[in-house]
Design a binder for this molecule. Sequence first.
Ligand SMILES: [Cu+2]
Length: 487
Amino acid sequence: MNNNIPISRRSFVAIGVGVTCSNCSFNSTNKKSLNVIQANELPIPELLRGESVNGKQQYNLTMQQGSMDFVIGKKTKTLGYNGNFLGPTLLMYKGENVEINVHNELGEASTTHWHGLHLPPEMDGGPLQKIEHGQSWLASFLIKNEAATYWYHPHLLHKTGEQVYKGLAGLLIIKDTKNSVKLPEQYAVDDIPIIVQDREFDDDGSLYYSGDKLGVKAEHILVNGGIVPNFTAPAQLIRFRILNASNARIYNFGFSDQRQFHQIATDGGLLENPVVLTRLKLSPGERAEIILDLNQQENTQLSFMSFSSEMKNINPFWNKDAMDKNDFTVMTIKVVAATAQAITSLPEKLSDIHFLDETKVKETRILKMKMPMFGAMTINGESMDMDRIDIRVKLNTSEIWEIVNDTDLPHPFHIHAVQFQIIKRDGIKPAKNERGWKDVVLVAPGESVSFITHFSDYANPTIPYMYHCHILEHEDNGMMGQFVIDA
Ligand SMILES: [Cu+2]
């Protein structure tokens, strides 16, 4: 057994000698003007491979209480998996059977959902697979997903927002031994987990969770649990596995020198070819893998930023918060000498995606998201009810779902159990970097997005999967429904 500390020793040392945040001068309406401790070096979650027992790869996760040094002179109470904040990065391989024992020591009930994974409904970790305090839950399934970056987090109805905010989330990386494409994959050297979140602190140093129904956004940016840290990067190709694990904030990522970078993967797999970008918009729940080219750039510095001021189009009302009116640093990057096993060039071909056939679709559904002035948020007029199945799909069929945003706020729509392919965004083919496997899609106010998906396994007429908005406060306030797969 290893000792399962999710954040490396290096990061604790770094946080301990931190400096006052220089990135936190914005004035928001409910600003808590505390001196936070900026992390010196990017914390890296421990990579947890688990143990092979009787042909199954076994992992142990404990949901527990902890504390962090986020604010000068204060202790911040937090939640984490196997540690104080966030959790280890689970490493799994396509084609293997895994068993994850999740133990709850939170002092309250929770669940743990494997976001993006294709698995049986009873193993999904949604609101129905509740784990009471002191109890354990064994999730056991075959890894069928493509190699990509997934994640895990609580999914208890009405509690998801608060529990994730307090620190419960972790990455899950799936690799495929059959994949021969040469990409950076030395964890924490050139293959870097980047979990981006925003948090706010109360006067006593505690995490301030307002529970704002419209979505909780905060003014301090954390990467892997460190406030605006520095990443010391070798001068070579660097892969960022970016997860937006924020409750509600949408980021518009880019670099301080306006350089180009390549997106290589979407939520559920590699793109067919790298896509050149200068901006990457990522909404809550979405992941993207990008390649940053630092060849020959030793002794230079740059910043990983969110150019949020450019997102005015999303909605002036949503962009009311000070961060969204500005561009801000997410992480600084200091470039040092390349390592011995550096990958120096990016392949032109990454994968062959099997695009689903629209002519074979059995059912087309329209799902309309609404936020009534009073009462719960809805999809097709219904607010989440665990005793109601909203949609029944048929095993071995393809469907098109058209997601219509009939509100003034953006909604990242997420469906469990399957990956999908976006067909149209407001009637137009999606951008090149959205032409890959996805499980979350951002739908802007007034916009409609159609995707195609295929239900290939795990028929179960009684245990449902969820679909919902991934702004956690919208989900907690009812913008969620349930579907089952009928044989
Ligand atoms: Cu929403």
